[in-house]
Design a binder for this molecule. Structure first.
Ligand code: FNR
Length: 383
């Protein structure tokens, strides 16, 4: 299959992995309206074309939270990517390292913190969910720090998992899930041989490292189901700020009052995000929330953004709306599912090429230059 742009990786992933996995990645909550509107609202943002601005080829490097990124993007935490490619988290982290950008490891990764830190030397972030079992959280914080992960992404928009109806249709959950998954695996022999047989995809390294025992899929699901904690509030999270000496980034904010709370809690950064439309169906698209949040707290902490970013052009749009850096979620996970580390590396090259063209055509010389003046004025007035 010919890959000429980032969206081709979605089609390639659909061919390569069993349907229950593709739909788990590709789907969102309930009617998937927020998931779709993330993409649509972002793509509807018009940029201001400028000509004859000189300056040569734009530089793509930028500085975020005290470190140099070679591109204004990072790889978002995406759970269970080791089910899509063999030891998938290590492969993705290596591609990020080669591209000179951060990789955020999900709490619910197949590969453990230690395996990823051993397999890749770039900037690694560790993501943590709010879980009832404080012992698990403490253990994950200590292991991340010991492994050299100095940035913690604390995800707060999943006090409980969203309703993902597509998963019941595809066989990820629901009646006869195991049987349906087996049948789907048999009809995707390349994935079955490479990932299912050689990659031990049905284990979650961080949970096993904590419990100290091998678990089957039902054990993990049981652990997670009883551990999501809707009762938690900001004040109870102060211990995390107190015990984490590195950068603390709060992920999953859409509201400026919540962003102000993140400032009060002492966060170094936030990620404006609706979890790619996988949590509250009906939440506003990130592109619409972002300028208001930047306006409210942009001088006090570093504002990053994700959800719906599918191209370098979309990255530029997020930067123009006020983000200092942009996270790729599904965009890179499709590439990983399609072609492992090589796919993610190629995807990042496509994003870099797209960034160069877009930045040249709007007359921006570096990511730090991009601001609301690069938006058509009707949109810039939002910022
Ligand atoms: C996610 N996301 C996510 N976020 C997080 O903090 N921890 C996690 O474990 C996961 N897991 C996860 C799995 C899958 C399959 C997806 C698609 C997403 C959310 C992710 O970090 C990011 O916010 C979204 O992916 C951004 O939206 P787009 O770019 O994928 O539309």
């Amino acid at each position: 299959m010919i890959i000429s742009g980032p969206s081709d990786y979605r089609r390639a992933a659909k061919r390569r992995v069993p349907r229950f996995l593709f739909d788990y990645l590709d789907g969102g909550a309930v009617t998937e309206s927020t998931m779709r509107s993330n993409v649509e609202a972002l793509q509807a943002i018009p940029l201001r074309q400028r000509v004859l601005q000189g300056g040569g080829t734009p530089a793509l490097e930028t500085e975020v939270l005290g470190s140099r990124w070679k591109l204004p993007v990072a790889l978002a935490p995406v759970g269970a990517t080791g089910m899509y490619a063999r030891r998938g988290e290590v492969q993705a982290a290596r591609a990020a390292e080669k591209a000179g950008i951060p990789y955020a490891l999900s709490t619910v990764s197949v590969c453990s913190i230690e395996e990823v830190a051993k397999g890749a030397n770039g900037e690694l972030w560790s993501q943590l969910y709010v879980l009832k079992d404080r012992g698990f959280m403490q253990n994950a914080l200590e292991r991340a720090w010991a492994a050299g992960m100095k940035t913690l992404v604390f995800t707060v928009d999943m006090p409980l998992p969203g309703s993902r109806y597509r998963d019941r249709h595809s066989g990820m959950s629901g009646p006869h899930a195991k049987l349906r998954q087996t049948v789907q695996a048999l009809t995707h022999p390349r994935w079955a041989l490479d990932v299912a047989l050689k990659g031990k995809p049905l284990s979650f390294g961080n949970i096993e490292a904590y419990t100290g025992r091998e678990m089957n899929m039902d054990d993990y699901m049981g652990f997670l189901a009883k551990n999501f904690d809707p009762s938690i509030s900001w004040s109870e999270l102060e211990w995390i700020r107190d015990s984490w000496k590195g950068n603390l980034i709060i992920k999953g904010l859409l509201d400026k009052e919540d962003a102000r709370d993140a400032v009060r809690m002492g966060a170094d950064g936030i990620i404006v995000s609706n979890h790619g439309g996988r949590q509250l169906d009906g939440a506003i698209p990130t592109a619409r929330a972002l300028p208001h949040i930047v306006d409210a707290v942009g001088d006090e902490l570093t504002v990053l953004a994700d959800s719906g970013v599918r191209s370098g052009l979309d990255v530029v749009r997020m930067l123009a709306l006020g983000a200092k850096g942009v996270l790729l979620g599904r965009a890179y996970a499709y590439a990983l599912a399609a072609d492992g580390e090589r796919g993610v590396s190629h995807l990042l090259e496509l994003i870099a090429a797209d960034l160069r063209v877009t930045m040249t055509l709007i007359g921006a010389h570096s990511p730090a230059d991009i601001n609301a003046s690069h938006l058509e004025s009707a949109v810039a007035s939002l910022a």
